[in-house]
Design a protein around this ligand. Structure first.
Ligand code: CS2
Length: 494
């Protein structure tokens, strides 16, 4: 086999002879969007839609500049820099069909730890109209028990005193907005694309809390000028594997150091509330609606919660992937029962959406055998995810005297998992979580205080004080600690 060709702008014409590649002129693109958090999801979703829009040859002002705010973003920065922002997207269909294309919508990438000024300047550039975010569920810096901004963070403290030396997303946003205000430029829209209910409202609340403390006049200007649309974003994007990189080399002779793989399904529902213009994404399938909240809630409480249910129970059982869970009839039945009797009653009316059809489609998506979405990706950062995906449902059901036992078994399993870090066969489970240590410490106390795990207020709020939940939880804990065969306990419930 001849040497693989590297994915770069210079090689694009040659690559385009055998892989679908941008047909628009990337040179003519101007950066209109600065995106913080260029992970797989952003590249499979927003950058994909933007690329599609650019293919209409009528969206030159909407190229993306990616921004990494953490040292951990260095690898994606290095790769995308080397590849001129280009990457391959590999869409894997359930029938084995694979579609590969080169995405060209990311025109530049910056790493704040190397050049903080460049990031502020890019956001403050007159051409920038939107700053979008995928900073993960844990990135919004709020306390789950109070919902308030967490000022105890040392970087935040530093930024409050030194507005010209930003560290976190909040510091960068206010530094750039201040520059725009000083130069009489219009504000940009701040568009959250994370899996949080009311993601725009939450972002607004956090940015405003921070700005009010840092500079009350600026805060007033932000309040009057910046919009924060809520959105629901959806596309299952597993972690890229070495096999994906090798697939491109073997199949196409292409050397892409960090391609993205994803499912065919994609959805983006967003409120049409932009302070400084927006791309015409409706031309490529994005839905603009006046109120996105019911969609967000449906997606978070069925898809994301469904993932966590399968992920945590699956990890304990020893399943490696979500599709492996879906080959296990007990898991399928458990998931559907959870969705039907615990998640669905908490949802709002959604005109034109049949929830049974939606749930059927989720089952089909989870079962896609080619996605091989790892249980470990789903379980990662559960301390940030579960309050939004599962615990909110549990609280609603407690209030409405509905069933809570399906969610409670998941929480109890999460405790066991955090405590022992082993599956039922004694194989180690790697816990990937910013709070891994705290989770382990709390879970370890279960033998002396069975409620220790759910007493972590930053995750569970005051739920441990709820008698019905506490009793149900204790019962599940006793079952699991007594016999780790989680599938047996699931079977008893369905
Ligand atoms: C997953 C999501 O992070 C998770 O646990 O549920 O990444 C999910 O795959 C996406 O939100 C799908 O849109």
């Amino acid at each position: 086999m001849k040497n693989a060709i590297s994915l770069t702008q210079n090689n694009l014409a040659e690559i385009a002879t055998h892989i679908t590649s941008p047909t628009y002129s990337r040179n003519d693109l101007e950066i209109g969007i600065v995106h913080v958090g260029v992970g797989g999801f952003h590249r499979a979703h927003q950058a994909f839609y933007t690329n599609k829009l650019q293919e209409t040859k009528n969206a030159n002002e909407w190229a993306i500049c990616g921004v990494g705010l953490r040292e951990g973003d260095r690898k994606i920065y290095d790769v995308l820099k080397k590849q001129d922002g280009l990457y391959s997207l590999i869409i894997k269909h359930p029938d084995g069909n694979i579609e590969t294309s080169i995405i060209g919508s990311i025109k530049d990438i910056l790493l704040s730890v190397d050049d903080p000024k460049a990031v502020v300047q890019r956001m403050a550039n007159p051409q920038t109209k939107i700053v979008s975010l995928t900073i993960t569920e844990g990135g919004y810096n709020f306390d789950a028990s109070t919902g308030e901004f967490n000022f105890n963070n040392t970087d935040i403290q530093h930024e409050l005193q030194n507005p010209d030396d930003p560290k976190t997303v909040f510091g960068y946003l206010t530094a750039a907005l201040k520059k725009r205000w000083d130069s009489a430029l219009p504000a940009f829209t701040i568009m959250s694309c994370d899996n949080i209910e009311h993601n725009g409202d939450v972002t607004q609340k956090m940015v405003m809390s921070f700005a009010k403390k840092q500079n009350p006049d600026l805060a007033q200007w932000i309040e009057n000028n910046v919009s924060f649309p809520n959105s629901m974003v959806d596309r299952i994007t597993p972690v890229t594997t070495q096999a994906d990189i090798e697939y491109l080399e073997k199949e196409y002779g292409l050397k892409d150091e960090w391609p993205v793989t994803c499912e065919p399904f994609i959805q983006w529902v967003i409120e049409d509330d932009f302070s400084n213009g927006r791309p015409e994404l409706e031309k490529v399938g994005v839905q603009f609606v006046p109120n996105v909240k019911p969609y967000e809630k449906m997606k978070l409480r069925l898809l994301n919660a469904g993932h966590s249910v399968l992920g945590i129970l699956g990890a304990l059982h020893g399943h490696q992937t979500i599709n492996a869970c879906m080959e296990d009839a007990t898991f399928v039945k458990y998931l559907r029962t959870f969705m039907d009797i615990e998640a669905t009653p908490t949802l709002d009316q959604l005109e034109g959406i049949d929830l049974d059809t939606y749930k059927d489609s989720l089952e089909a998506r989870f079962a896609n055998p080619n996605i091989k979405d790892s249980v470990s990706r789903i379980c990662s950062e559960s301390s940030a995810k579960l309050p939004k995906f599962l615990i909110a449902t549990l609280s609603d059901n407690l209030e409405n005297h509905n069933s809570i036992e399906f969610a409670t078994l998941v929480i109890a399993s999460w405790c066991y998992y955090s405590d022992k870090q082993l599956n039922k066969d004694g194989q180690p489970i790697e816990v990937i979580d910013a709070m891994a240590k705290e989770l382990h410490e709390a879970a370890k106390q279960t033998s002396t205080d069975p409620l220790a795990f759910i007493k972590q207020k930053s995750i569970f709020g005051n739920l441990a004080d709820n008698e019905r939940f506490a009793n149900q939880y204790k019962e599940k804990i006793a079952k699991i600690y007594n016999d780790t065969d989680i599938r047996k306990h699931m079977k008893e419930m369905i």
